[in-house]
Design a protein around this ligand. Structure first.
Ligand SMILES: *C/C=C(C)/C=C/C=C(C)/C=C/C1=C(C)CCCC1(C)C
Length: 254
């Protein structure tokens, strides 16, 4: 009896969703340590950006620790953990945009717009996934409006103009990669969401027993690792590049 309990709480061969809960947890934790330690190697004005990168992966690591445990015991993943995590980490990603563009004159209004749009995206997504599931297409559409506002802001709005005006090639290049994450990397989430019962891509996973496990979790786990760690690494490389350049300039001036 005792062994059977233990076996149930062990990662099984072929449990690929469980596998991504473990790798997600461990890689987010490792990334947090990396950003914190490397924070000491960049110029003063970049330290907050690296701290925020570390907070994003650390908040995710703690949530993955819980989700991984629940998954092992019950083979389910409560939607609540997922959305509590995102409600904290996505606004922090908006803060990263703000911090990077602040030297170019980013306004608090830009930050507020990004955060409000991300909250619309997440609240609507949560309702569609956990509260009013039979209308998940409608809530998905409302959520996509929030995402579209963010895309508009970073490609055509104030943020885009500031990046162009910043006159710093390192920031501009990094900014382009960051917004590519927000456009392409973030697209994995709605694709996962559309595999929910009753939604547009559910046919792809027809026959999958959703009461046992959800392919939506697989999509979210992969997306989180790419978007949180990858995003943080881009911030890191901008900070490193700008720090090195400043040093060269100081030496040249001396
Ligand atoms: C670290 C977590 C991140 C970057 C989470 C991002 C989440 C999204 C971009 C979610 C988007 C959704 C839609 C655009 C429509 C369907 C519902 C969502 C919430 C999955």
């Amino acid at each position: 009896m005792f062994t059977s309990v233990l076996l149930d709480a062990t990662l099984q061969t072929g449990d690929y969703i469980g596998f991504t809960f473990f790798t997600g947890y461990m890689s987010m934790l490792a990334a947090s340590i990396f950003f914190i330690v490397e924070r000491g190697t960049v110029a003063e004005k970049w330290k907050t950006s690296l701290l925020v990168s570390a907070l994003i992966t650390f908040i995710a690591a703690v949530h993955y620790f819980y989700m991984r445990g629940v998954w092992l015991e019950k083979q389910i993943s409560p939607t609540q953990f997922r959305y509590i995590d995102w409600t904290l980490t996505v606004p922090l990603m908006c803060v990263e945009y703000y911090l990077i563009l602040k030297p170019a004159g980013a306004s608090a209004g830009m930050l507020v717009r990004l955060i409000l749009a991300s909250l619309l995206m997440l609240v609507a997504g949560y309702i569609g996934e956990a509260v009013d599931m039979s209308n998940n297409i409608l809530w998905g559409v409302i959520s996509t409006v929030g995402w579209a506002v963010i895309i508009y802001e970073i490609y055509f709005g104030e943020a885009a103009k500031l990046a162009k005006a910043s006159n710093n090639p390192i920031v501009q290049k990094g900014y382009n990669v960051l917004r590519w994450f927000t456009l392409v990397g973030w697209a994995i989430y709605p694709i996962g969401y559309m595999m929910l019962p009753g939604n547009l891509l559910h046919g792809l996973v027809e026959g999958h027993d959703f009461s046992k496990s959800s392919p939506v979790d697989l999509a979210y786990n992969i997306a989180d690792a790419i978007n949180k760690i990858g995003f943080g690494l881009v911030i890191y490389s901008i900070a490193k590049g700008a720090t090195a350049e400043e040093k060269t300039m100081t030496v040249a001036r001396a």
